[in-house]
Design a protein around this ligand. Structure first.
Ligand SMILES: [Zn+2]
Length: 174
């Protein structure tokens, strides 16, 4: 069993650690070190993050995103490499909480919407399983871009958003 196999079995297939230790008798020490690693926690956190996003996409866009466990892991690796800023307006994820509290609840059904970056498809006709087509975007850009604007068109709009956020965030600091 490799480290990645362990994460997939434990986190995605919900195998118990006791069972995995039994099946891999000579690997107890390794399993213990993987079980409490930062990576383990990051994958766990990502799994909840992505499930919430997919539930939201299902309700809001009526699209069912079905990913295999291997694909979710692939998406995790993709996510780890992404800068945690909005692809269009450059807003850092760390500022979203500030703007969210300033703007109030965005969506009654999703009171937390807006607090973290969302998944946007650059070309919205492609499925969510085309990872190369995905970017992280703030709620406001994602919501405004819809299926209407192309990536290039929306980058210009995002640039204007960026100026507005900068102004508002400067005001908080004053
Ligand atoms: Zn944005």
């Amino acid at each position: 069993m490799t480290e990645i196999e362990f994460y997939k079995l434990k986190i995605f297939e919900k195998k118990s650690v006791i069972e995995l230790r039994k099946q891999n008798a000579n690997m107890t020490e390794l399993i213990n070190s993987w079980y409490c690693s930062e990576k383990y926690n990051a994958i766990q956190k990502f799994k909840s993050f992505i499930q919430a996003k997919f539930n939201q996409i299902k309700t809001m866009e009526n699209i069912s995103v079905e990913l295999s466990n291997d694909e979710i892991y692939e998406l995790f690796e993709w996510y780890e490499k992404q800068p945690k800023t909005c692809y269009y307006c450059n807003l850092p994820e760390s500022e979203l909480e500030n703007l969210h509290s300033m703007n109030g609840h965005i969506n009654k059904r999703y009171p937390k919407r807006g607090k973290s970056l969302e998944l946007d498809r650059k070309i919205s006709s492609l499925p969510y399983t085309e990872f190369d087509n995905l970017v992280l975007a703030c709620y406001w850009c994602n919501n405004a871009k819809t299926d209407t604007f192309t990536e290039k068109e929306f980058q210009k709009i995002g640039h204007e958003f960026q100026k507005i956020w900068q102004n508002r965030l400067n005001k908080i600091l004053e």
